[in-house]
Write a protein that binds this ligand. Sequence first.
Ligand SMILES: Nc1ncnc2c1ncn2[C@@H]1O[C@H](COP(=O)(O)OP(=O)(O)OP(=O)(O)O)[C@@H](O)[C@H]1O
Ligand SMILES: [Mg+2]
Length: 363
Amino acid sequence: MKDNKLNQLSNESDVISPKLDGKSTAVKVGIDLGTSRSAITTSKGERMVMASVVGWPKDAISAKVFGHRVLVGDAVLENRMGLQTCFPLADGNLAFTQNAGDQKETLRKAGLHLFTALRQAAKAAEGQSVHAVIGAPAEATRENKQAIIDLAREAGIDGVMVVSEPFAVAYALDALEDAMVVDIGAGTIDLCRMAGSLPDAEDQVTIFHAGNHVDARICELLREQRADIQFSPNMIKKAKERFSSVVDTNKRALVTFPVNGRPTEVDITDQIQTAVGELVPHIVDGIQKLVSTFDPEFQHRIRSRVIVSGGGSQVYGLQEALEKGLEDLGGGRVMILDDPVFAGSQGALKLALEMPAEYWEQL
Ligand SMILES: Nc1ncnc2c1ncn2[C@@H]1O[C@H](COP(=O)(O)OP(=O)(O)OP(=O)(O)O)[C@@H](O)[C@H]1O
Ligand SMILES: [Mg+2]
């Protein structure tokens, strides 16, 4: 077994109350930086979630309507028609790190605006430092982690540490051993097994097939099967979040979408169920990969505590579907989190609070 680095971390934590620059205690924050939404929990007891999207006025008229402001978060989605919108994250990574075209600088700026909004949400007093632990996908590239640190610093966050999203969730729950966390997000599904020490690369798996992919599949199926219906990806996402299920129920997914401009009730139960159901084998494969490569003596322990978080954990019937999928592979017990929105940022905050003072000073 590996050294118990985690215990060291929590033991040292008891004595920490960092006074930085001799001025004031820094605000500690945990941030779950998500493709679809980002959550922040602070040591002042604040918590907030915002859509990870940035918008600029499209032209002179929209500048008159919205002012020359940059909007961040849900307001952008509500005013989409008058704005040029930009999602700074794609597939769990800062999109500008993967883009070599003319959009690169725009994507980078959008990322900076998102971090600035998160920095503001920390509600630090004037001159007070902000220290953040930020959750990113398990297999985020080194380049992406560095980009997160650089942008956060540029936005005025003084100390930054990046950890994997599912590890942050495990930390929130104190599930530090004999457990596995599966975080089903919009861009990625991240899995991490916990064996009583800091997880290494081989303890983690990222699957690039998550909520956004499901939305795209529902759109594709509807276009194939009901070419007369008019819809936007955002309408599909909302319908999915309302009606997603992987089991047959009597509840039909009835939505009112335009057909030739006329509001019409349509049943999209089958399309949603098909697209959402396609996630299950991917998740089961990921779980099995982490179980089968673990110490054979302890495999049964991690398979009997699979904790599922992230927005995608809210799919109706998911627990049963995953347990059924695991049956043929040796079985497993699955738990779905009650508070999937803030679990990651809460765990990240806990880490930030327990981080030794010298650590932040070194940063
Ligand atoms: N009830 C629901 N059923 C199915 N999917 C849902 C439900 N509620 C939210 N989602 C989906 O969960 C995803 C958002 O989850 P979450 O906020 O955990 O992702 P994220 O952190 O933004 O993404 P990532 O972790 O990949 O960067 C979206 O794809 C959203 O549509
Ligand atoms: Mg996430």
